[in-house]
Design a binder for this molecule. Structure first.
Ligand code: ADP
Ligand code: ADP
Ligand code: ZN
Length: 214
């Protein structure tokens, strides 16, 4: 099964995509993670993308589509993919249709996570992740069971993203409303859209997504 998780920054896409990798054996394809890895590796594309990401703007379609195309050429995606944070523009959606066609893959569903803007600033500002395993946490909504220790792997190192601050979130929300939200109608037109209430608790949202995909 190949699924897109669509939603604004902080909606919980990464959190839910991680559940789907565990429960359904799907591969998480997060363009944000791929771009951050490229930036950390210091590649030319990574460095160009980093400046754009730090400002809260969208990286060019050309770069992002190239990154996704390369990832889809790796054999592990044949077990099914969750697209997390891609597509984010109409041009990316059209490119994804073409790429899937070329690579003999089918898009099964698009899960749209609905969350009000005022909640998103809090979600993004409080976000942190385990530096070792990538498990996601939140200052108020999802603290590790033991303070300072990752529930998943026991690591005591955590990190916060440079772009997860209140000012940059505003720019990212503007980009979402201008360029990404119109994709909801695009996918409604394909009959593949499933909408879930992303304002409920993490577990409730997970149950709603699994029901939508069953
Ligand atoms: P996205 O990938 O859409 O940007 P994340 O999955 O990283 O969002 O979630 C953003 C932050 O909000 C994280 O700190 C996460 O722990 C927290 N979070 C995710 N889903 C919920 C939820 N349903 N309720 C409360 N907090 C949530
Ligand atoms: P979030 O879900 O919190 O918005 P992501 O990790 O998905 O975070 O994205 C972080 C940043 O990476 C975005 O603000 C943008 O600069 C860049 N980015 C990620 N995916 C895309 C994409 N599909 N198109 C353009 N830019 C992207
Ligand atoms: Zn961990």
């Amino acid at each position: 099964m190949n699924v897109i998780i669509l939603g604004p920054p902080g909606a919980g896409k990464g959190t839910q995509a991680r559940f789907l990798t565990e429960k359904m054996g799907l591969i998480q394809l997060s363009t944000g993670d791929l771009l951050r890895s490229a930036a950390a590796a210091g590649t030319e594309i990574g460095l160009r993308a980093k400046a754009v990401m730090d400002a809260g703007n969208l990286v060019s379609d050309e770069i992002v589509i190239g990154v996704v195309s390369d990832r889809l050429d790796q054999p592990d995606v044949r077990s099914g993919v969750i697209f997390d944070g891609f597509p984010r523009t109409a041009a990316q959606a059209v490119a994804l249709d073409r790429l899937m066609d070329e690579k003999g893959l089918t898009l099964d569903a698009v899960v749209s996570m609905d969350v009000d803007d005022d909640l998103l600033v809090d979600r993004v500002s409080g976000r942190f992740t385990c530096a070792a395993c990538g498990e996601g946490y939140h200052d108020t909504h999802k603290r590790p069971a033991k303070d300072g220790v990752c529930d998943n792997c026991g690591s005591t190192e955590f990190k916060r993203r440079a772009d997860d601050n209140a000012e940059t979130v505003r720019a990212r929300l503007n980009a979402y409303h201008a360029d990404t939200a119109p994709l909801i109608d695009y996918y409604r037109g394909t009959g593949k859209l499933k909408t879930v209430d992303g304002m409920a608790g993490i577990e409730e949202v997970a149950v709603a997504i699994r029901a939508a995909l069953d």
